[in-house]
Ligand binder design. Structure first.
Ligand code: SGN
Ligand code: CA
Length: 522
C-alpha cells in the first residue's frame, strides 16, 4: 500500500520550525516529503560481528543490504559505553552528565526532561518504541510503547504494556520485538502522520541464548583468536584490573551453558530461571543439543590456555547464533518497508547501544573507551533526497541521532542539544568545520566487571584517557600506529607536545559540554 501524502502536515510542522531555525527552513526546500524514521537498535552488537564491517567471522546478509545500498559510518562512537547511558544519550542528544543517566546501577531517567521523541511529536510525528528500554522510569514522549522489564528475557519474554500490566508473550524475543514493530506500522499507527519507530532488541546481550532453530549453526566453525587475546596489560593498570576476562570471569554454566549435576556457580540459579522459560519442545531441543558438548567438555578437563581457547570458541558460536536471528529480523523489517513502498521516504537506521569485545584483550563486555567498545556500528538506508552512498568517515557519536532526526522532521533543534545533525553528511556534504574530536565519560564503578571511571578525548589519530576516582592514570594511544591500543605512550619521550594539545582539547570539550567532573589542568 502507498503512503498517504503528508506534504500539508509537513508544511505546518516545518513552518513552526522556521520561526527560529534558519537551517530547518533551508532544509525544508530540499525535502519534499516528510520522512519516516525506523530506528533499529540492538544491544551489544559489535561491528566485528557484521560482515559489512568485518569479514573475518560471520555473514550478516540483511544488515549488509542496508550498508550496500545506503551508508556505513566508519567512525561512529558512543559517549559512555553502557546500555542505559547510551539510550539516554540517544534520546536526549546530550552527554550523560547533562541527561542525568550516567550508569545502569544507580540512575532513573528523568522522563520529564526534553527528549527527541517529544520534540518529534510536537513536529507532528507519531512515535513508538518496542523492546528494550532500560531507563528504569516508564517511557515518555511515545504515542505507543511496549517494553521489556530491565534486560528482558530471550525465551517467552515478559513485556510491560502502556497500562503498566506485565504480560508474557510466546516465542523468541528477537522475532517478537520485530513482530510488534511491524504490527504497529501495519495496524496501529495513524496513517495521516509521519512516524518514528524505535525497534530496540534485547539481542545480542549476555548470556547469548540463541533461538533453538539456530542452535546447530556455526558449530563447525573455528573462529580465529584475536592477536591480543592473551594480553598481559603491561603499562595499563586499569585494563589489568577489570573483571571481564573470557578466561577468568566468563561463567561455564551461565555464559557457556555447561550445566551438569554437581557443578556449581553463583550464576547457576539465574541460568536455570532463564532456560526454565522455554516450553517443553524448546527445552528438549536445547538440552539435546548441549548434552554431548557438556559430556565432552567435562571429559576433556581442559586447563590454562586450552580452556581459554575453548571458552572463546563457545562464546563466539553462541554470540554468532544470536546474531543470526537478529539479521533475519532486520531483513523482515526491510522487506515490509519495501513491500509497502515505504523505502523511498523512510530513513532506516541500524545501530547498537555500544560495541563489544569479541576476545580482544582477552575480553567480553564493553565499558572501556578502547576502540571495540567505544565504537558502535551505524549503517543507514537513506530515503530519496539524501544522496550520499558508501562510507562516511567523519567522527560521529550517539548524541548526534536526536538532532539528525529533528532536522529530518523539519523540527527545531534546541540550543541545549549537544550532538550535531548528521544531515549534511547524509546529503554527501563534507563540512569543513566538522568536529575534530569526541568526548567520552564512563562512570559505572565500582560495579560488575570493575572497569574504573574514566573520561577522555578521541581524534582521528590519538586517544587520551584519564582513569580517575580510586586511581589516577593517563593513557595515550596512537591509533594509526597502534590500532589495537596495546602500547600506552603517555609520558614517553617525544609525546610532550601531542599530550599537551590533547589535554587542552579534553578540557575544551569538558568546558563546552559543561561536564562538572573535569581534570585540573596544570
Ligand atoms: C548485566 C550483565 C553484564 C553487563 C551489564 C550491562 N550481567 O548486568 O555482563 O555488563 O548487564 O549491560 S548478567 O549477569 O546480568 O548477564 S548493558 O548492555 O545492559 O549495559
Ligand atoms: Ca548493551
Amino acid at each position: 500500500m502507498k503512503q498517504p501524502n503528508f506534504n500539508l502536515l509537513y508544511s505546518v510542522a516545518g513552518l513552526a520550525a522556521c520561526t527560529s531555525v534558519i537551517s530547518s527552513c533551508q532544509q525544508k526546500k530540499e525535502i519534499t516529503k516528510p520522512y519516516n524514521i525506523v530506528y533499529i537498535m540492538t544491544d551489544d552488537h559489535t561491528a566485528q560481528m557484521m560482515s559489512c564491517y568485518d569479514t573475518r567471522y560471520i555473514e550478516t546478509p540483511n544488515l549488509d543490504r542496508i550498508a550496500n545500498d545506503g551508508v556505513r559510518f566508519t567512525n561512529s562512537f558512543v559517549a559512555n559505553s553502557l546500555s542505559g547511558p547510551s539510550r539516554a544519550c540517544m534520546i536526549t542528544g546530550k552527554h550523560s552528565h547533562a541527561n542525568g543517566f550516567t550508569d545502569n546501577t544507580t540512575c532513573v531517567f528523568d522522563g520529564s526532561q526534553q527528549t527527541m521523541p517529544k520534540l518529534l511529536q510536537k513536529a507532528g510525528y507519531q512515535t513508538a518504541i518496542v523492546g528494550k528500554w532500560h531507563l528504569e522510569s516508564l517511557p515518555t514522549g511515545f504515542d505507543y510503547w511496549e517494553i521489556v522489564p530491565g534486560q528482558g528475557d530471550y525465551y517467552n519474554p515478559d513485556f510491560i504494556t502502556m497500562n503498566n500490566d506485565t504480560i508474557q508473550k510466546q516465542g523468541y524475543i528477537t522475532n517478537i520485538v520485530t513482530d510488534m514493530g511491524i504490527d504497529w506500522m501495519e495496524n496501529q499507527r495513524d496513517r495521516n502522520k509521519p512516524f518514528c519507530l524505535f525497534i530496540h532488541h534485547k539481542a545480542i546481550h549476555r548470556n547469548w541464548l540463541p533461538e533453538t532453530k539456530y542452535l546447530a549453526e556455526y558449530e563447525e566453525k573455528t573462529f580465529p583468536l584475536p592477536d591480543n587475546f592473551f594480553d598481559t596489560y603491561e603499562g595499563r593498570p586499569a585494563a589489568a584490573s577489570q573483571e571481564m576476562s573470557i578466561f577468568k570471569d566468563m561463567d561455564l554454566i551461565y555464559d557457556l551453558k555447561m550445566l551438569k549435576e554437581g557443578k556449581e556457580s553463583s550464576l547457576k540459579e539465574r541460568y536455570l530461571s532463564y532456560i526454565g522459560r522455554m516450553n517443553p519442545e524448546e527445552r528438549k531441543a536445547f538440552d539435546d543439543f548441549y548434552a554431548p558438548i557438556i559430556t565432552d567438555f567435562y571429559k576433556q578437563n581442559l586447563k590454562g590456555k586450552e580452556l581459554a581457547e575453548w571458552k572463546y570458541q563457545r562464546y563466539m558460536r553462541d554470540y554468532a547464533k544470536t546474531v543470526k536471528s537478529l539479521d533475519d529480523n532486520v531483513g523482515r523489517v526491510l522487506d515490509y518497508l519495501k513491500e509497502h513502498d515505504m523505502l523511498d521516504n523512510t530513513l532506516v537506521v541500524y545501530t547498537s547501544d555500544q560495541g563489544f569485545y569479541m576476545g580482544e584483550h582477552g575480553w567480553f563486555d564493553k565499558r572501556f573507551m578502547y576502540e571495540e567498545s567505544m565504537h558502535t556500528p551505524l549503517i543507514m538506508h537513506l530515503p530519496k533526497g539524501l544522496d550520499k552512498r558508501g562510507d562516511i568517515p567523519q567522527l560521529v557519536q550517539n548524541i548526534d541521532y536526536a538532532p539528525t532526526f529533528l532536522e529530518l522532521a523539519g523540527a527545531e533543534i534546541p540550543e541545549d542539544i549537544q550532538g550535531v545533525s548528521l544531515v549534511p553528511l547524509l546529503k554527501g556534504e563534507a563540512p569543513k568545520d566538522w568536529r575534530k574530536s569526541l568526548y567520552y565519560h564512563f562512570y559505572e564503578y565500582p560495579a560488575e566487571h570493575m572497569v574504573k571511571r574514566h573520561y577522555g578525548v578521541r581524534t582521528d589519530h590519538y586517544k587520551l584517557i584519564h582513569f580517575y576516582n580510586d586511581i589516577d592514570e593517563w593513557e595515550l594511544y596512537d591509533l594509526k600506529e597502534d590500532p589495537t591500543e596495546m602500547h600506552n605512550i603517555y609520558g614517553k619521550p617525544g609525546m610532550e607536545e601531542i599530550t599537551k594539545n590533547l589535554r587542552e582539547e579534553l578540557l575544551r570539550l569538558q568546558e563546552q559540554y559543561n561536564d562538572p567532573i573535569r581534570f585540573k589542568y596544570n
